[in-house]
Design a protein. Structure first.
Length: 317
């Protein structure tokens, strides 16, 4: 990880910025990148989609569980997923880093590598940010996006009779978290899913093109996030459990640890799948698969009944 002489205290703020920015590629939407008072990002639509997310060590990641590169991937993915959940194309990332002075420089460089690699998946640049010394390691990312002439897909457009569909993995990260918290490191695929999500980036703009009426990034849990759509749209949503995939690895891990794997799928977050509602006659494409229906009333049910227990993550609960 580096020796005691190769820390942030030794290289200083501007030395760190130089090392980090040298590792970040520049894509077409970035008209002016790091190095000035602010960046310039193309906004051909004349509207900018923006979101921000914060990762705090001990709350969102642990350095003994995840590499710096993993953390970089997660920090970028959490924000890029929110942009595509609006039906937009990501155009840029801004990154604020609060770092302890005794942190090895290599850790910060590897974090930048993870951010850049995840951003490369959708062809966007890390266009700027800030660094500050802090006792608590915190990564704050802001993402920008372009609607490309389309209306944003919000949480408030679901209509009675719509189908509910998801794209991406559900419950994998929650399973990986449970495995790591019990002191294990396998199955490797589930642990890797917690360390580094696989976001279905193309599914967001595709859903918008297909006429999605509402959409959301599943970051806190399927039931919890569908609840946001139901509340904003003044409808009810019913999820059919038989439509939800429980992989063999998840079933085996759940049995070994005495956990219901369906709970991972219904309430686990941080896979950053996308959930959306569509008109009932739409022909879905890509990885979108139907899991339920929109109906009269309020709230979210599973197989017609209220779900017992927590429906997802709440930082203050």
């Amino acid at each position: 990880m580096g020796n005691d002489d190769n820390t942030l205290t030794r290289v200083g703020e501007f030395g760190l910025i130089k090392r980090v920015t040298q590792r970040l590629p520049v894509h077409d939407d970035c008209l002016l990148g790091p190095g000035d008072d602010a960046a310039v990002v193309a906004a051909s639509d004349r509207r900018v989609v923006a979101c921000t997310d914060v990762l705090v060590e001990g709350r969102h990641f642990r350095r003994d569980w995840s590499s710096a590169t993993d953390v970089g991937h997660r920090a970028a993915a959490a924000n890029l997923a929110d942009i595509v959940a609006m039906g937009a194309r990501p155009t840029g990332l801004l990154v604020g880093m609060c770092l302890p002075g005794d942190l090895p420089v290599e850790w910060a460089e590897e974090l930048a590598d993870g951010l850049a690699a995840e951003a490369d998946l959708v062809g966007v640049s890390v266009v700027g940010g800030d660094t500050v010394s802090s006792k608590e390691l915190t990564i704050a990312v802001t993402a920008l996006g372009d609607l490309q002439g389309r209306a944003p897909v919000t949480r408030s457009g679901a209509r009675i009779g719509d189908i509910v569909a998801v794209s991406g993995r559900l419950g994998w990260s929650a399973a990986g978290y449970t495995i790591l918290s019990r002191g294990f490191r396998s199955p490797g695929a589930l642990v890797a899913a917690h360390r580094r999500p696989e976001v279905p980036y193309a599914a967001g703009p595709l859903a918008a093109a297909l006429g999605a009426t509402a959409m959301i990034d599943v970051s806190d849990g399927l039931l919890s996030d569908l609840g946001h759509i139901a509340e904003s749209s003044h409808v009810s949503i019913n999820v059919e459990s038989k439509t939800l995939e429980i992989t063999e690895a998840m079933a085996n891990a759940a049995q070994a640890m005495g956990v219901d794997p369906l709970a991972w799928v219904l309430t686990g977050g941080e896979d950053h799948a996308l959930a959306a509602t569509f008109p009932p006659d739409v022909l879905l494409g890509g990885d979108w698969r139907i899991i339920g229906r929109v109906g009269v009333g309020r709230g979210v049910t599973v197989d017609g009944s209220a779900y017992e227990g927590s429906t997802g993550w709440d930082h203050f609960r």
